[in-house]
Design a protein around this ligand. Structure first.
Ligand code: PHE
Length: 357
């Protein structure tokens, strides 16, 4: 093997062994760069005798061509190998099942509020709302509950704070939805038919009481509305809501804002911690009701010699427990995801009258 062949096989071996593209570039500079071995040899040609140059010239050119070709081939091979490695490392299985995303649920209180609204809307009742922080006038006085009245003490009211020296009566967290009766009649007069669902507050806590709970108020005022209309409306409501005839019990009662007054219970059983409606010997009180007191109409600017009607206030959470067999009211407001998934509703279960949900 002469010197040229040796040089050639050295370079080809080194190029063949280059581990990556950086090493290959270093080799290119060492061979063909300005001060590369082959470039320097080319420069030496000028100082040779004509005979020597005739041998060395073609040999050097051939060497340069072969090294250039080998560099290009190796570069391509390294590039392919790098791409293969990436493809192997970044491989992913597009046939794997997707990661599960859980859908939220509609809270039973929201669902039942929608159900109640749908049923009363079908009977011609509009929906009204009022503030949860209420003046003592709307929550008490206008409803014929004066300052000394025992009903104020019985309500376990939450009072807001007043600055020292401010002697005005404090605002309250409304203890019932009845103030909406006053606000609505003040704004719209008579005749009227509304329900008013919303949050109410009382300092009370056990299996069937929470400090915040939900009521729906009903109010129907016209020239000749009677207690019989009240009974029909409530019984129609319960049979639509429970999807079956439910035994109800109207008990004579007393509220300052209605005269006469009745409390209404629903027949149920409590067995194994579960409540079932329409069977058993227990009764669960679900609402208070009566004929709106003339003083209440007057306080709201409606003439009691011209207009009369009924009102009721029903516990939304109570009737949700009854319909869906939920034993403990406190769990409604614990935000326990397991409870919410179990008792919650799909967003697609939109309530409608007689939809059976
Ligand atoms: N506001 C009463 C309560 O919360 C219920 C009620 C409303 C009673 C309307 C009669 C008429 O207990």
């Amino acid at each position: 093997m002469d010197g040229w062949d040796q040089l050639k096989s050295d370079w080809l071996a080194r190029i063949g062994a280059a581990a990556d593209e950086t090493a290959l570039e270093d080799l290119r500079v060492a061979a063909l760069g300005k001060k590369g071995e082959i470039s320097l040899k080319m420069r030496e040609l000028g100082g040779m005798s004509a005979e020597d140059r005739q041998v060395a010239g073609p040999a050097l050119n051939a060497l340069k061509d072969e090294v250039t070709t080998a560099l290009a081939a190796k570069k391509a091979a390294l590039g392919d190998a790098a791409l293969d490695a990436r493809l192997r490392a970044e491989w992913l299985d597009v046939s794997l099942p997707a990661r599960h995303r859980r859908m939220g649920t509609i809270h039973p209180v929201s669902q039942v509020t929608e159900e109640v609204t749908a049923i009363f809307a079908d009977m011609g009742f509009a929906v009204a709302e009022g503030p949860q922080v209420e003046t003592d006038w709307y929550n008490f006085d206008a409803l014929n509950i004066p300052g000394h009245h025992p009903a104020r003490a019985e309500m376990d009211t939450f009072y807001t704070h007043r600055a020292p020296g401010d002697d005005r009566p404090p605002h309250v967290l409304r203890t019932h939805t009845s103030p909406v009766q006053i606000r609505y009649m003040e704004a719209h007069g008579a005749p009227t038919r509304i329900i008013a669902p919303g949050r109410v507050y009382r300092a009370d806590y056990d299996q069937t009481h929470t400090p915040m709970f939900h009521q729906v108020e009903g109010l129907a005022i016209d020239r000749d509305i009677s207690m019989a209309n009240l009974k029909w409306v409530l019984e129609s409501f319960f049979s639509a809501y429970f999807g079956t005839n439910v035994r109800t019990r109207f008990r004579a009662s007393h509220f300052p804002f209605t005269e006469p007054s009745a409390e209404v219970d629903i027949q149920c059983s409590w067995e194994g911690g579960t409540v079932k409606v329409g069977e058993g010997n227990d009764w669960l009180e679900v609402l208070g009701s009566g004929m709106v007191h003339p003083k209440v109409l007057q306080a709201a600017g409606v003439d009691p010699s011209q207009w009369q009607g009924f009102a009721f206030g029903m516990g939304i959470d109570r009737i949700a427990m009854l319909k869906y067999g939920i034993p403990d009211l406190r769990a409604f407001f614990d935000s326990d995801l397991r409870w919410l998934r179990h008792y919650g509703f799909s967003a697609l279960q939109v309530p409608a009258v007689h939809s059976g949900v």
